[in-house]
Design a protein around this ligand. Structure first.
Ligand code: FAD
Length: 613
């Protein structure tokens, strides 16, 4: 058994993990970063559009208060107000710091960091590098991590967290370490550390059509649940309105929102620009209701309201879904996204170089000459580990969560660009808080029990010892199809109940799954371990979605189409592991009370959705 000892172990090397590790190092911790893919390959690298930060470079009127208000309204007021406030206040500083560390952002004519328009943001606010912002962000953070000499363990998957046995179960338990295996050799590794920061990203691989890569199997969500922490907002899954629909091999791959931010419009098969038919009351006052005003907005944002194509993602995804269902879809079951007829080829190639190549190479479509075919794709989970907003600590002492695997910041719907800002702002806070806790312990450090290590090893290799069971790939494929069909963009009680029955059956099948071969680079074995996480996360989503009998943000119930503020506007659903440790249970928790000095930002527009279909 390979053993290591650190003050802080960060699980995940995306934007959140790297920023947390840098902060922990700067605060004086001995810190390690562990990631299951190669350094630099985390999901963050795929982020295209930009980092939302109210820097005011294009609009001097922009400031943290407007960003805070946009974020809360985009999340339909279910966000943790304190997280939304901290994010809006600190994001500009985090972007400037990235620039100090070498990130090269696009510029405005007068040399400031350029900021682009995205749905739900009142002002052009996304600091970007063409449509490859995530790549530059990861490059910068990675370079700094290496430069600071932080230890990085690549291609190592963490499977279990440990708590000090002397401190008892549940809240009283303190984290003492993490356990995992090298993907290449299959050898086990133990990290002894009083503080662990989860930064493992999302859960998209539980769905068939997704913009997410293989890594997004909800590991951090599941590790936290099993350690005794809770998850919130799990019913809210963001289906991005624009994923590729053709060819089948790339179905779900993201088409950045920047296409719409830069002038692209949505049309159905009859050629109708249909988003004008889907403007909800909640956003009517700030959305253009004629083609003339919508088009004029691109040149004169002061005197015109925003085009309906730039409504928050949940609204646009639902509208596209309705048009396809009504039989007005494209030949491959999508909708047209047209920028070719609206911008010059030069403009498109300069502003959207990745999109140009993506369509040319993968679909043989020239987006400067013809429209793209797109449709909704599972993209982001708003739900995650419930954390303290100022420290990112979970209910388990010494366990922190940050980035996409944490919950609360985005409420029921995330605005585009707010994830990259979230990673930077809360990554820093988590790294500092974890270090302060770990280094303050002195010699009174929690310890790892040998019995826990043995149990974790035995559980990891269990699928090798089962004979005649199923291959994990077939269970995964059935789970993905089931989640897509029954827990997707539009939900009903009957389908959600069916999904829970199917998940129970998948769990039974998974108990008896068999893995062939040995532990050296064995993707089937890796999947058998990931699948346990995917199952518990899928159950969390389906259970919370069944319980929330209303529609809001990334959760749409066909049988409860209204947003029911009276019943659901003031509470969160909280998911915890059940007593047997084999499933999850739900409880309710009131939203934290927003202070009066922040409530004032919602006085000029409806602060909360009324009963709205
Ligand atoms: P990630 O970047 O995914 O990193 C997760 C890390 O955890 C990886 O290193 C992985 O190897 C590691 N890991 C996972 N499980 C384990 C385990 N068990 N053991 C060890 N390591 C593990 N957001 C924006 O704000 N703006 C955008 O323009 C934007 N564009 C996007 C475009 C695409 C195509 C996609 C998919 C998302 C986009 N998003 C965007 C969302 C944003 O990119 C993600 O939410 C964000 O990058 C998540 O960062 P993270 O640090 O939380 O996780």
């Amino acid at each position: 058994m390979e053993r290591h000892a650190y003050d802080v172990v960060v699980i995940g090397a995306g934007g959140a993990g790297l920023r947390a590790a840098i902060a922990a190092h700067d605060a004086g911790a001995r810190v390690a970063v562990v990631c299951k893919s190669l350094l630099g390959k985390a999901h963050t690298v795929m982020a295209e559009g930009g980092i939302a930060a109210a820097m005011g470079n294009r609009w001097p009127e922009d400031n943290w208060e407007v960003h805070f208000r946009d974020t809360m309204r985009g999340g339909k007021m279910l966000n943790h107000w304190r997280m939304a406030q901290l994010h809006a206040q600190q994001a500009p500083e985090r972007v400037m710091e990235l620039e100090d560390w070498g990130a090269l952002f696009d510029r405005t004519d007068d040399g400031l960091i350029s900021q682009r328009d995205f749905g739900g943001h009142k002002y052009a606010r996304l600091a970007h590098v063409g449509d490859r912002t995530g790549l530059e962000m990861i490059r910068t953070l990675q370079q700094r991590t290496v430069q600071l000499g932080i230890d990085v363990f690549m291609e190592l998957t963490i499977t279990d967290l440990f708590k000090d046995p002397s401190t008892g179960p549940g809240r009283a338990g303190r984290i003492s370490g993490a356990f995992g295996y090298w993907r290449e050799t299959g050898r086990f590794v133990l990290f002894e550390a009083p503080a662990v920061i989860l930064a493992t990203g999302g859960i998209g691989k539980s769905f068939k059509v997704t913009s997410n890569s293989w890594e997004y199997t909800g590991d951090g969500h599941a590790l936290a649940l099993r350690a005794g922490a809770s998850l919130i907002n799990m019913e809210f899954v963001q289906f991005h309105p624009t994923g590729m629909v053709w060819p089948p091999s790339v179905k779900g791959l993201l088409v950045t929102e920047s296409v719409r931010g830069d002038g692209g419009i949505l049309k159905n098969s009859e050629g109708t620009r249909f988003m004008f038919d889907y403007i909800p009351e909640f956003f009517r006052a700030e959305t253009a209701d004629t083609v003339e005003e919508a088009d004029a907005w691109y040149d004169d944002k002061k005197s015109n309201r925003r085009p309906p194509e730039l409504l928050p993602r949940d609204e646009v995804a639902r509208a596209i879904n309705s048009e396809i269902k009504a039989g007005r879809g494209t030949p491959h079951g999508g909708i047209y996204l047209d920028i070719a007829s609206r911008r010059s080829p030069d403009f498109i190639r300069k502003r959207l170089p990745s999109m140009y190549h993506q369509f040319k190479e993968l679909a043989d479509v020239d987006i400067t000459a013809e429209p793209m075919e797109i449709g909704p794709t599972c993209h982001y989970v708003m739900g995650g580990v419930e954390v303290d907003p100022d420290t990112q600590e979970s209910a388990v002492t010494g366990l922190y969560a940050v980035g996409e695997c944490s919950g609360g910041m985005h409420g029921s719907n995330r605005l585009g660009g707010n994830s990259l800002g979230d990673l930077l702002v809360f990554g820093k806070l988590a790294g500092e808080a974890a270090t302060s806790y770990a280094t303050g312990l002195g010699s009174a450090r929690p310890t790892v029990a040998d019995a826990d290590v043995e149990a974790a090893s035995a559980s990891a290799v269990a699928p090798f010892g089962t004979e005649g069971g199923e291959n994990p790939y077939s269970i995964q494929a059935d789970l993905q199809q089931s989640m897509n069909d029954l827990v997707g963009i539009i939900r009903t009680a009957g389908e959600l109940e069916r999904s829970l029955t199917e998940i129970e059956a998948f769990k039974e099948r998974a108990k008896a799954m068999t893995v062939e071969g040995h532990r050296q680079y064995n993707p089937g074995w890796h999947l058998s371990i990931d699948l346990r996480n995917m199952l518990v996360v899928s159950e969390s989503i389906a259970k919370a979605a069944l319980a929330r009998e209303e529609s809001r943000g990334g959760h749409t119930r066909d049988d409860f189409p209204a947003t029911d503020h009276e019943v659901w506007g003031h509470k969160n659903l909280v998911v915890s592991l059940d007593d047997a440790g084999t499933g999850v249970v739900l409880s309710e928790k009131p939203l934290p009370e927003m202070p009066d000095e922040l409530k004032k930002y919602f006085e000029t527009a409806p602060a909360e959705p009324k009963k709205e279909s």
